[in-house]
Design a protein around this ligand. Structure first.
Ligand SMILES: Cc1ncc(COP(=O)(O)O)c(C=O)c1O
Length: 399
């Protein structure tokens, strides 16, 4: 017998559904793929050089807990990025390198969801729409997903004040994504602090996915660690108690294939993430850890990449005007366009424009008869400026 949680509860991953949606259409002559959030720019040369240089270390098992140098580079970056003073974060206790943030947002399910909470199946709160791995983690850890709509009505950030007390009591884990995939909304510092407080009061762990934290159009997004540190009341516990954040080099450094990210925050949770990794995770190869340390220490390439995304948003705005309700998101690299019927428009864009996008409804679940993504398409601005110009022009013609 196969685990039905996997076989039947997790059988509609968005890209499989997209494949089925357009399976009957001929493949266009020069397709432009904007459905996947995979930056197409080059991995910085200095990181590639480190990987080649250090390949000879591959006869050794890499340390699960990360090399001391990588952990130190991550802490130094967190300090710079979020204005955290020296000595607050301990590289050995507060951070753990991961094989991409995906590993972490999945593993936190196993770490945070107990067999029962308040005498019932524990709840995992998930923003809606959402990165699908949160659901995988909730379901496979035995949690009950509760979807929290993030739509235009609440600025694309879930309203946790609306959660009933008995739901909070059963909640073991709360996911937040800021900047959000797909809509690019950013949680403010007060929003984060209120949510941290709510989680602490209800014995829930807050997992904040910050993998788009370096891609933003205006001011840099606030972070969960920064928010926790600025709160004064932890009852003598670690300042990051009950909070973890996830980061990645995939978007920040055009390095999705390196599989490199980290979790940081509550040392108890970080220790359990390490235990999880010891039993079931994968170590990050030493050359990749070394290249990652170099990438976290460098800001120049990140500024270049951020500038490239900004130019693409300006271009999209100049071509689309207000078609599809165009708005420039605070962060991330997706257009979230209100096209009325996301699936129908996805088919047309593929058949008539040769552009592959993702129907927004595939990233969300229906609540009270409404899927908050159904009217939208998600367009990943991951190509160079000229390819982006071609694609957006074709989209504008067809909207
Ligand atoms: C919201 C979100 N979280 C996490 C990830 C995982 O990224 P990675 O494992 O490459 O760090 C992605 C990838 O697209 C994402 O969109």
């Amino acid at each position: 017998m196969i685990n039905p949680r996997l076989e039947t509860d997790l059988n509609d991953y968005p890209f499989a559904r997209l494949g089925a949606l357009i399976a009957d259409l001929p493949v266009p002559a020069q397709p432009i793929i904007m459905s996947v959030g995979e930056p197409q720019g080059p991995v910085p040369q200095f990181a590639r050089d480190v990987v080649s240089r250090d390949l000879a270390t591959s006869n050794r098992y890499p340390p699960n807990q990360g090399t001391p140098d990588l952990c130190a580079a991550i802490v130094a970056w967190l300090q710079r990025r979020y204005g955290i003073a020296d000595g607050v974060l301990d590289p050995a206790r507060h951070v753990l390198p991961l094989a991409g943030s995906k590993e972490g947002v999945f593993a936190i399910g196993t770490v945070a969801v107990p067999p029962s909470k308040d005498g019932a199946q524990p709840i995992v709160m998930i923003p809606n729409p959402f990165y699908q791995v949160y659901l995988g983690a909730a379901v496979l850890s035995g949690g009950a997903p509760v979807f929290m709509n993030a739509d235009a009505g609440n600025g694309f950030m879930p309203d946790f004040d609306s959660v009933p007390a008995d739901t909070w009591k059963r909640t073991a884990l709360v996911y937040l994504c800021s900047p959000g995939n797909p809509q690019g909304a950013m949680a403010t510092l007060p929003y984060l602090q209120k949510l941290i407080d709510q989680c602490r009061r209800h014995g829930a762990i807050l997992a904040i996915d910050e993998c788009y934290a370096e891609i933003y159009n205006g001011a840099a997004p606030a972070g969960g660690l920064q928010a926790a540190l600025a709160m004064d009341e932890t009852g003598g516990r670690d300042p990051f108690a009950d909070v973890v954040v996830f980061h990645s080099l995939s978007k920040r450094s055009n390095a999705a294939g390196l599989r490199s990210g980290f979790v940081a925050g509550d040392p108890k949770i970080v220790a359990m993430m390490l235990r999880w990794k010891t039993y079931g995770g994968v170590q990050i190869p030493i050359p990749i850890q070394n290249a990652s340390a170099a990438l976290w220490r460098d800001e120049a390439h990140v500024e270049t990449i951020r500038g490239e995304y900004r130019a693409k948003f300006q271009l999209a705005k100049s071509i689309l005007h207000n078609k599809g309700g165009y708005f420039t998101p605070d962060g991330g690299f997706f257009l979230w366009l209100d096209v009325g019927d996301g699936q129908a428009v996805t088919r047309r864009l593929w058949a008539e424009g040769g552009v592959k996008v993702l129907p927004g409804g595939y990233l969300a679940r229906e609540i009270d008869g409404v899927n908050p993504g159904d009217r939208y398409i998600r367009v990943a601005l991951v190509h160079d400026l000229e390819t982006t110009r071609t694609a957006i022009t074709r989209i504008a013609e067809l909207l």
